[in-house]
Design a protein around this ligand. Structure first.
Ligand SMILES: *[C@@H]1O[C@H](CO)[C@@H](O)[C@H](O)[C@H]1NC(C)=O
Ligand SMILES: *[C@@H]1O[C@H](CO)[C@@H](O)[C@H](O)[C@H]1NC(C)=O
Ligand SMILES: *[C@@H]1O[C@H](CO)[C@@H](O)[C@H](O)[C@H]1NC(C)=O
Length: 413
Protein backbone atom coordinates (compact mmCIF):
# COMPACT_ATOMS: atom_id res chain seq x y z
CA UNK A 1 0.00 0.00 0.00
CA UNK A 2 2.70 2.50 1.12
CA UNK A 3 4.91 1.31 -1.69
CA UNK A 4 2.18 1.93 -4.22
CA UNK A 5 1.60 5.44 -2.93
CA UNK A 6 5.29 6.26 -3.24
CA UNK A 7 5.28 4.98 -6.80
CA UNK A 8 2.33 7.19 -7.64
CA UNK A 9 3.92 10.23 -6.02
CA UNK A 10 7.12 9.52 -7.92
CA UNK A 11 5.18 9.25 -11.14
CA UNK A 12 3.33 12.45 -10.42
CA UNK A 13 6.58 14.30 -9.71
CA UNK A 14 8.09 13.00 -12.89
CA UNK A 15 5.12 14.10 -14.96
CA UNK A 16 5.25 17.57 -13.39
CA UNK A 17 8.99 17.85 -14.05
CA UNK A 18 8.59 16.77 -17.66
CA UNK A 19 5.77 19.26 -18.22
CA UNK A 20 7.75 22.05 -16.58
CA UNK A 21 10.68 21.23 -18.80
CA UNK A 22 8.55 21.39 -21.95
CA UNK A 23 6.99 24.69 -21.01
CA UNK A 24 10.45 26.09 -20.42
CA UNK A 25 11.76 24.70 -23.66
CA UNK A 26 8.78 25.98 -25.67
CA UNK A 27 9.09 29.49 -24.32
CA UNK A 28 12.86 29.58 -24.97
CA UNK A 29 12.21 28.46 -28.53
CA UNK A 30 9.66 31.19 -28.99
CA UNK A 31 11.99 33.78 -27.53
CA UNK A 32 14.94 32.84 -29.75
CA UNK A 33 12.96 32.84 -33.00
CA UNK A 34 11.25 36.19 -33.22
CA UNK A 35 8.83 34.39 -35.48
CA UNK A 36 8.54 35.87 -38.94
CA UNK A 37 6.22 34.74 -41.69
CA UNK A 38 7.15 31.73 -43.78
CA UNK A 39 6.07 32.38 -47.35
CA UNK A 40 5.14 29.11 -49.00
CA UNK A 41 5.17 28.06 -52.60
CA UNK A 42 1.62 27.31 -53.64
CA UNK A 43 2.60 24.32 -55.78
CA UNK A 44 4.83 21.35 -55.24
CA UNK A 45 7.90 21.61 -57.43
CA UNK A 46 7.83 18.07 -58.72
CA UNK A 47 4.82 17.63 -60.94
CA UNK A 48 5.98 14.45 -62.63
CA UNK A 49 3.94 12.14 -60.41
CA UNK A 50 0.77 12.17 -62.47
CA UNK A 51 0.48 8.44 -62.88
CA UNK A 52 -3.28 8.40 -62.77
CA UNK A 53 -5.42 6.68 -65.34
CA UNK A 54 -6.38 8.74 -68.35
CA UNK A 55 -10.03 9.05 -67.32
CA UNK A 56 -9.11 10.82 -64.11
CA UNK A 57 -8.81 14.53 -64.63
CA UNK A 58 -7.90 15.70 -61.14
CA UNK A 59 -4.39 15.69 -59.73
CA UNK A 60 -3.68 14.32 -56.26
CA UNK A 61 -3.54 16.86 -53.48
CA UNK A 62 -0.24 16.73 -51.66
CA UNK A 63 -0.40 19.65 -49.21
CA UNK A 64 -2.14 18.21 -46.23
CA UNK A 65 -2.91 19.15 -42.67
CA UNK A 66 -4.21 16.16 -40.77
CA UNK A 67 -5.29 17.23 -37.32
CA UNK A 68 -4.50 14.02 -35.46
CA UNK A 69 -6.99 13.62 -32.63
CA UNK A 70 -6.48 11.20 -29.73
CA UNK A 71 -8.06 7.72 -29.65
CA UNK A 72 -9.82 8.02 -33.00
CA UNK A 73 -7.96 5.50 -35.20
CA UNK A 74 -5.74 8.42 -36.13
CA UNK A 75 -2.54 6.34 -35.89
CA UNK A 76 -3.85 4.08 -38.62
CA UNK A 77 -4.63 7.09 -40.78
CA UNK A 78 -1.25 8.62 -39.99
CA UNK A 79 0.48 5.48 -41.27
CA UNK A 80 -1.42 5.94 -44.54
CA UNK A 81 -0.20 9.54 -44.75
CA UNK A 82 3.39 8.71 -43.89
CA UNK A 83 3.48 6.16 -46.72
CA UNK A 84 1.85 8.55 -49.16
CA UNK A 85 4.34 11.29 -48.27
CA UNK A 86 7.34 9.00 -48.59
CA UNK A 87 6.14 7.65 -51.91
CA UNK A 88 5.84 11.14 -53.37
CA UNK A 89 8.91 12.54 -51.64
CA UNK A 90 6.92 15.15 -49.79
CA UNK A 91 8.25 17.21 -46.92
CA UNK A 92 6.81 16.47 -43.48
CA UNK A 93 6.73 18.97 -40.67
CA UNK A 94 7.90 16.60 -37.93
CA UNK A 95 8.19 17.15 -34.19
CA UNK A 96 11.51 17.21 -32.39
CA UNK A 97 12.57 14.88 -29.59
CA UNK A 98 9.17 13.27 -29.23
CA UNK A 99 6.27 12.07 -31.33
CA UNK A 100 3.98 15.08 -30.82
CA UNK A 101 4.26 18.86 -30.97
CA UNK A 102 4.66 19.47 -27.23
CA UNK A 103 1.10 18.35 -26.55
CA UNK A 104 -0.81 19.52 -24.47
CA UNK A 105 0.84 22.89 -25.16
CA UNK A 106 -0.56 24.77 -28.11
CA UNK A 107 1.13 24.25 -31.45
CA UNK A 108 3.81 26.74 -32.52
CA UNK A 109 5.71 26.33 -35.73
CA UNK A 110 9.04 26.67 -33.92
CA UNK A 111 8.29 23.21 -32.45
CA UNK A 112 8.86 21.70 -35.88
CA UNK A 113 12.12 19.81 -36.25
CA UNK A 114 14.82 22.02 -37.86
CA UNK A 115 12.32 24.82 -38.33
CA UNK A 116 13.54 27.81 -40.30
CA UNK A 117 11.44 30.79 -41.23
CA UNK A 118 10.76 30.56 -44.95
CA UNK A 119 10.74 26.77 -45.14
CA UNK A 120 7.54 25.29 -46.46
CA UNK A 121 6.07 21.87 -45.78
CA UNK A 122 3.62 19.52 -47.48
CA UNK A 123 2.27 17.41 -44.64
CA UNK A 124 1.57 17.94 -40.94
CA UNK A 125 0.15 14.85 -39.23
CA UNK A 126 1.48 14.45 -35.67
CA UNK A 127 -0.47 15.00 -32.48
CA UNK A 128 -0.80 18.61 -31.49
CA UNK A 129 -3.15 21.01 -29.74
CA UNK A 130 -4.48 22.74 -32.82
CA UNK A 131 -3.55 26.37 -33.38
CA UNK A 132 -4.70 27.38 -36.85
CA UNK A 133 -2.66 30.58 -37.42
CA UNK A 134 0.60 28.80 -36.63
CA UNK A 135 -0.23 25.75 -38.75
CA UNK A 136 -1.25 27.95 -41.67
CA UNK A 137 2.16 29.61 -41.70
CA UNK A 138 3.86 26.25 -42.30
CA UNK A 139 1.79 25.17 -45.27
CA UNK A 140 0.97 26.39 -48.77
CA UNK A 141 -2.25 28.33 -48.96
CA UNK A 142 -4.05 25.58 -50.84
CA UNK A 143 -3.35 23.01 -48.11
CA UNK A 144 -6.21 20.63 -47.41
CA UNK A 145 -7.22 20.56 -43.73
CA UNK A 146 -8.93 17.43 -42.47
CA UNK A 147 -9.45 15.55 -39.25
CA UNK A 148 -11.29 12.63 -37.70
CA UNK A 149 -13.84 12.45 -34.88
CA UNK A 150 -15.24 9.58 -32.89
CA UNK A 151 -18.39 9.00 -30.87
CA UNK A 152 -17.45 10.59 -27.52
CA UNK A 153 -18.84 7.61 -25.60
CA UNK A 154 -16.36 5.19 -27.19
CA UNK A 155 -13.63 7.78 -27.17
CA UNK A 156 -14.10 8.50 -23.49
CA UNK A 157 -13.97 4.82 -22.61
CA UNK A 158 -10.79 4.46 -24.60
CA UNK A 159 -9.03 7.59 -23.32
CA UNK A 160 -10.04 6.86 -19.74
CA UNK A 161 -8.29 3.51 -19.83
CA UNK A 162 -5.34 4.69 -21.81
CA UNK A 163 -4.57 7.90 -19.93
CA UNK A 164 -5.88 7.48 -16.41
CA UNK A 165 -2.41 6.81 -15.05
CA UNK A 166 -1.43 10.29 -16.29
CA UNK A 167 -4.34 11.93 -14.47
CA UNK A 168 -3.66 11.88 -10.71
CA UNK A 169 -7.27 12.70 -9.80
CA UNK A 170 -8.39 9.30 -11.12
CA UNK A 171 -6.08 7.43 -8.77
CA UNK A 172 -8.41 7.84 -5.82
CA UNK A 173 -11.53 6.60 -7.63
CA UNK A 174 -12.55 3.47 -5.73
CA UNK A 175 -13.92 0.19 -7.01
CA UNK A 176 -13.04 -2.43 -9.57
CA UNK A 177 -14.59 -0.45 -12.41
CA UNK A 178 -13.24 3.08 -12.07
CA UNK A 179 -14.66 4.06 -15.44
CA UNK A 180 -18.22 3.31 -14.40
CA UNK A 181 -17.71 4.74 -10.92
CA UNK A 182 -16.49 8.02 -12.44
CA UNK A 183 -19.44 8.32 -14.82
CA UNK A 184 -22.03 7.67 -12.13
CA UNK A 185 -21.01 10.92 -10.43
CA UNK A 186 -18.29 12.69 -12.43
CA UNK A 187 -18.45 15.96 -10.51
CA UNK A 188 -17.52 14.16 -7.36
CA UNK A 189 -14.15 13.21 -8.86
CA UNK A 190 -13.46 15.77 -11.56
CA UNK A 191 -11.30 18.78 -10.91
CA UNK A 192 -10.83 20.88 -14.06
CA UNK A 193 -7.65 22.40 -12.60
CA UNK A 194 -6.03 19.02 -11.96
CA UNK A 195 -2.98 17.77 -13.84
CA UNK A 196 -3.92 16.47 -17.29
CA UNK A 197 -7.63 16.89 -16.51
CA UNK A 198 -8.38 17.47 -20.20
CA UNK A 199 -8.12 13.71 -20.78
CA UNK A 200 -11.32 13.37 -18.74
CA UNK A 201 -13.63 15.84 -20.44
CA UNK A 202 -14.23 16.82 -24.06
CA UNK A 203 -10.82 15.66 -25.21
CA UNK A 204 -11.69 16.38 -28.85
CA UNK A 205 -12.62 19.96 -28.04
CA UNK A 206 -9.33 20.30 -26.22
CA UNK A 207 -7.33 18.84 -29.12
CA UNK A 208 -8.81 21.46 -31.45
CA UNK A 209 -7.56 24.17 -29.14
CA UNK A 210 -10.92 25.05 -27.59
CA UNK A 211 -11.82 25.30 -23.93
CA UNK A 212 -12.86 21.79 -22.90
CA UNK A 213 -14.86 22.68 -19.79
CA UNK A 214 -17.72 24.43 -21.56
CA UNK A 215 -21.24 23.20 -21.03
CA UNK A 216 -22.86 21.78 -24.14
CA UNK A 217 -25.35 24.63 -24.48
CA UNK A 218 -22.72 27.36 -24.12
CA UNK A 219 -22.84 29.62 -27.16
CA UNK A 220 -19.06 29.18 -27.56
CA UNK A 221 -19.59 25.49 -28.33
CA UNK A 222 -21.67 26.37 -31.35
CA UNK A 223 -19.16 29.04 -32.37
CA UNK A 224 -16.33 26.54 -32.14
CA UNK A 225 -18.20 24.11 -34.35
CA UNK A 226 -18.81 26.84 -36.91
CA UNK A 227 -15.14 27.73 -36.80
CA UNK A 228 -14.21 24.12 -37.55
CA UNK A 229 -16.74 23.99 -40.33
CA UNK A 230 -14.86 26.86 -41.99
CA UNK A 231 -11.33 25.71 -41.27
CA UNK A 232 -11.56 22.01 -42.16
CA UNK A 233 -12.46 20.90 -45.65
CA UNK A 234 -13.27 17.40 -44.48
CA UNK A 235 -14.15 15.88 -41.10
CA UNK A 236 -14.04 12.09 -41.01
CA UNK A 237 -15.78 9.75 -38.60
CA UNK A 238 -13.67 6.95 -37.18
CA UNK A 239 -16.72 4.81 -36.38
CA UNK A 240 -17.01 4.52 -40.19
CA UNK A 241 -13.36 4.29 -41.01
CA UNK A 242 -13.51 2.72 -44.46
CA UNK A 243 -16.22 5.11 -45.66
CA UNK A 244 -14.04 7.91 -44.30
CA UNK A 245 -11.06 6.77 -46.35
CA UNK A 246 -13.15 6.56 -49.50
CA UNK A 247 -14.36 10.14 -48.97
CA UNK A 248 -10.76 11.19 -48.41
CA UNK A 249 -9.69 9.48 -51.62
CA UNK A 250 -12.44 11.33 -53.46
CA UNK A 251 -11.52 14.70 -51.95
CA UNK A 252 -7.77 14.30 -52.52
CA UNK A 253 -7.92 12.57 -55.87
CA UNK A 254 -6.04 9.59 -54.52
CA UNK A 255 -6.19 5.96 -55.61
CA UNK A 256 -7.34 2.83 -53.81
CA UNK A 257 -3.67 1.83 -53.48
CA UNK A 258 -3.08 4.86 -51.30
CA UNK A 259 -5.70 3.76 -48.76
CA UNK A 260 -4.52 0.26 -47.84
CA UNK A 261 -4.17 -0.13 -44.09
CA UNK A 262 -3.95 -2.44 -41.11
CA UNK A 263 -5.54 -1.30 -37.90
CA UNK A 264 -2.73 -0.02 -35.71
CA UNK A 265 -2.71 0.69 -32.00
CA UNK A 266 -5.76 -1.47 -31.28
CA UNK A 267 -6.52 -2.73 -27.79
CA UNK A 268 -7.15 -6.36 -26.96
CA UNK A 269 -10.96 -6.64 -26.78
CA UNK A 270 -10.69 -8.08 -23.25
CA UNK A 271 -9.50 -4.70 -21.93
CA UNK A 272 -12.47 -2.78 -23.38
CA UNK A 273 -15.16 -2.03 -20.78
CA UNK A 274 -18.55 -2.96 -22.17
CA UNK A 275 -20.97 -0.02 -21.87
CA UNK A 276 -24.66 -0.28 -21.14
CA UNK A 277 -26.89 2.11 -23.12
CA UNK A 278 -27.29 4.10 -19.92
CA UNK A 279 -23.55 4.45 -19.37
CA UNK A 280 -23.11 5.42 -23.01
CA UNK A 281 -25.66 8.20 -22.53
CA UNK A 282 -23.85 9.38 -19.41
CA UNK A 283 -20.54 9.43 -21.25
CA UNK A 284 -22.03 11.54 -24.04
CA UNK A 285 -23.68 13.91 -21.58
CA UNK A 286 -20.48 14.29 -19.60
CA UNK A 287 -18.63 15.09 -22.83
CA UNK A 288 -21.47 17.30 -24.01
CA UNK A 289 -19.40 19.71 -26.11
CA UNK A 290 -17.75 16.80 -27.92
CA UNK A 291 -21.14 15.19 -28.40
CA UNK A 292 -22.45 18.33 -30.10
CA UNK A 293 -19.32 18.47 -32.23
CA UNK A 294 -19.68 14.83 -33.18
CA UNK A 295 -23.36 15.09 -34.01
CA UNK A 296 -22.78 18.08 -36.23
CA UNK A 297 -20.05 16.40 -38.25
CA UNK A 298 -21.79 13.04 -38.27
CA UNK A 299 -24.60 14.81 -40.11
CA UNK A 300 -22.26 16.46 -42.63
CA UNK A 301 -20.43 13.14 -43.05
CA UNK A 302 -23.54 11.23 -44.05
CA UNK A 303 -24.60 14.04 -46.33
CA UNK A 304 -21.27 13.59 -48.11
CA UNK A 305 -21.83 9.84 -48.35
CA UNK A 306 -25.26 10.53 -49.78
CA UNK A 307 -23.79 12.92 -52.34
CA UNK A 308 -21.11 10.38 -53.21
CA UNK A 309 -23.79 7.75 -53.76
CA UNK A 310 -24.75 5.09 -51.24
CA UNK A 311 -24.31 2.12 -53.51
CA UNK A 312 -21.12 3.49 -55.04
CA UNK A 313 -19.81 3.89 -51.49
CA UNK A 314 -20.77 0.31 -50.62
CA UNK A 315 -18.92 -0.99 -53.66
CA UNK A 316 -15.80 0.99 -52.83
CA UNK A 317 -15.81 -0.05 -49.18
CA UNK A 318 -16.15 -3.65 -50.27
CA UNK A 319 -13.23 -3.26 -52.63
CA UNK A 320 -11.07 -1.62 -49.95
CA UNK A 321 -11.85 -4.43 -47.51
CA UNK A 322 -11.02 -7.00 -50.16
CA UNK A 323 -7.68 -5.31 -50.88
CA UNK A 324 -6.87 -5.04 -47.17
CA UNK A 325 -7.69 -8.72 -46.63
CA UNK A 326 -5.41 -9.53 -49.55
CA UNK A 327 -2.59 -7.55 -47.95
CA UNK A 328 -3.26 -9.24 -44.62
CA UNK A 329 -2.74 -12.63 -46.24
CA UNK A 330 0.43 -11.38 -47.88
CA UNK A 331 2.00 -9.60 -44.89
CA UNK A 332 0.79 -10.84 -41.53
CA UNK A 333 2.01 -13.92 -39.77
CA UNK A 334 -0.87 -15.87 -38.21
CA UNK A 335 -3.36 -13.69 -40.11
CA UNK A 336 -4.05 -11.15 -37.34
CA UNK A 337 -2.96 -9.03 -34.40
CA UNK A 338 -1.19 -10.57 -31.41
CA UNK A 339 -0.24 -9.46 -27.93
CA UNK A 340 2.95 -7.45 -27.56
CA UNK A 341 4.76 -10.29 -25.80
CA UNK A 342 4.33 -12.44 -28.89
CA UNK A 343 5.88 -9.92 -31.27
CA UNK A 344 9.35 -11.13 -32.10
CA UNK A 345 10.76 -8.07 -33.88
CA UNK A 346 11.36 -5.12 -31.51
CA UNK A 347 10.81 -2.77 -34.42
CA UNK A 348 7.21 -3.94 -34.64
CA UNK A 349 6.29 -3.57 -30.97
CA UNK A 350 3.68 -0.86 -30.32
CA UNK A 351 3.83 1.76 -27.59
CA UNK A 352 1.92 0.72 -24.47
CA UNK A 353 -0.06 2.67 -21.87
CA UNK A 354 1.26 2.80 -18.31
CA UNK A 355 0.90 -0.35 -16.27
CA UNK A 356 -0.48 -2.73 -18.90
CA UNK A 357 0.49 -4.11 -22.29
CA UNK A 358 -3.01 -4.08 -23.78
CA UNK A 359 -2.14 -2.71 -27.23
CA UNK A 360 -1.83 -5.39 -29.91
CA UNK A 361 0.65 -5.54 -32.75
CA UNK A 362 1.72 -7.76 -35.63
CA UNK A 363 4.37 -10.18 -36.75
CA UNK A 364 5.57 -9.92 -40.33
CA UNK A 365 5.49 -13.11 -42.33
CA UNK A 366 8.96 -14.49 -42.90
CA UNK A 367 8.41 -15.43 -46.55
CA UNK A 368 6.95 -12.27 -48.06
CA UNK A 369 7.43 -11.92 -51.80
CA UNK A 370 10.08 -9.36 -52.62
CA UNK A 371 7.76 -6.86 -54.29
CA UNK A 372 5.61 -6.62 -51.13
CA UNK A 373 8.36 -6.66 -48.53
CA UNK A 374 8.75 -2.91 -48.11
CA UNK A 375 5.03 -2.15 -48.27
CA UNK A 376 4.22 -4.81 -45.66
CA UNK A 377 6.91 -3.53 -43.34
CA UNK A 378 5.79 0.08 -43.60
CA UNK A 379 2.13 -0.81 -43.18
CA UNK A 380 2.92 -2.64 -39.95
CA UNK A 381 5.49 -0.27 -38.47
CA UNK A 382 4.15 1.51 -35.37
CA UNK A 383 4.24 5.29 -35.23
CA UNK A 384 7.28 5.74 -32.98
CA UNK A 385 9.48 3.47 -35.10
CA UNK A 386 8.19 5.00 -38.32
CA UNK A 387 9.05 8.50 -37.12
CA UNK A 388 12.51 7.26 -36.14
CA UNK A 389 12.91 5.85 -39.65
CA UNK A 390 11.99 9.31 -40.97
CA UNK A 391 14.84 10.82 -38.98
CA UNK A 392 13.14 12.07 -35.81
CA UNK A 393 15.32 11.60 -32.75
CA UNK A 394 12.72 10.65 -30.16
CA UNK A 395 14.90 10.97 -27.09
CA UNK A 396 12.19 12.41 -24.83
CA UNK A 397 9.69 9.73 -25.83
CA UNK A 398 12.29 6.99 -25.38
CA UNK A 399 13.36 8.26 -21.98
CA UNK A 400 9.76 8.39 -20.87
CA UNK A 401 9.14 4.92 -22.35
CA UNK A 402 12.06 3.51 -20.43
CA UNK A 403 10.84 5.11 -17.22
CA UNK A 404 7.28 3.94 -17.82
CA UNK A 405 8.21 0.33 -18.60
CA UNK A 406 10.95 -0.20 -16.04
CA UNK A 407 10.11 1.95 -13.03
CA UNK A 408 6.36 2.55 -13.11
CA UNK A 409 5.37 -0.86 -14.42
CA UNK A 410 7.04 -2.44 -11.39
CA UNK A 411 5.28 -0.13 -8.99
CA UNK A 412 1.81 -0.66 -10.35
CA UNK A 413 1.93 -4.39 -10.90
C1 LIG B 1 9.86 13.69 -59.27
O1 LIG B 1 9.07 12.58 -58.85
C2 LIG B 1 9.34 11.40 -59.61
C3 LIG B 1 8.33 10.32 -59.16
O2 LIG B 1 7.92 10.48 -57.86
C4 LIG B 1 10.80 10.99 -59.38
O3 LIG B 1 11.07 9.82 -60.11
C5 LIG B 1 11.71 12.12 -59.82
O4 LIG B 1 13.05 11.80 -59.53
C6 LIG B 1 11.35 13.42 -59.12
N1 LIG B 1 12.12 14.51 -59.67
C7 LIG B 1 12.72 15.43 -58.91
C8 LIG B 1 13.43 16.52 -59.64
O5 LIG B 1 12.69 15.39 -57.69
C1 LIG C 1 -25.11 9.74 -37.56
O1 LIG C 1 -25.90 10.08 -38.66
C2 LIG C 1 -26.63 9.00 -39.22
C3 LIG C 1 -27.30 9.47 -40.50
O2 LIG C 1 -28.00 10.65 -40.28
C4 LIG C 1 -27.61 8.48 -38.19
O3 LIG C 1 -28.31 7.37 -38.72
C5 LIG C 1 -26.84 8.05 -36.95
O4 LIG C 1 -27.73 7.68 -35.92
C6 LIG C 1 -25.97 9.21 -36.44
N1 LIG C 1 -25.13 8.71 -35.35
C7 LIG C 1 -25.16 9.22 -34.14
C8 LIG C 1 -24.28 8.56 -33.15
O5 LIG C 1 -25.82 10.19 -33.85
C1 LIG D 1 -6.50 -10.91 -25.44
O1 LIG D 1 -6.33 -11.23 -24.08
C2 LIG D 1 -6.81 -12.52 -23.72
C3 LIG D 1 -6.72 -12.62 -22.20
O2 LIG D 1 -5.53 -12.08 -21.70
C4 LIG D 1 -5.99 -13.57 -24.46
O3 LIG D 1 -6.47 -14.86 -24.10
C5 LIG D 1 -6.15 -13.34 -25.96
O4 LIG D 1 -5.31 -14.23 -26.67
C6 LIG D 1 -5.79 -11.91 -26.32
N1 LIG D 1 -6.13 -11.68 -27.72
C7 LIG D 1 -5.22 -11.41 -28.66
C8 LIG D 1 -5.73 -11.16 -30.02
O5 LIG D 1 -4.03 -11.36 -28.41
Amino acid sequence: MGNRLIQKLFLGMFVICMMGFYCLKTSTLLATHSVSLAPCASKVRNNSQRTLKADVTCSPKVNLMFMKTHKTASSTLMNVLLRFGEKHQLRFALPDGRNDFFYPSSFFRTQVKSYQPGLCYNIVCNHMRFNAPEVEKLLPEDAFFFTILRDPAELFESSFHYYKAYVPQTWRIPGGNQFEEFLVDPNRYYNPQGINAFYLKNLQFFDFGFENNLEADDVRVQESIEYMEKRFQLVLISDHFEESLILLKDALCWQMDDLLFFKLNVRNATSVSPMSPELRTRAREWNGADWRLYQHFNTTFWALVEAYGRSRMEEEVKELRRRNAEMEAICIDGGGAVEAAEITDRHMKPWQPIGKASILGYNLKSDIKRQYEELCRKMLTPEIQYLTDLGVNLWVTRLWGWFKDSVVQFGLS
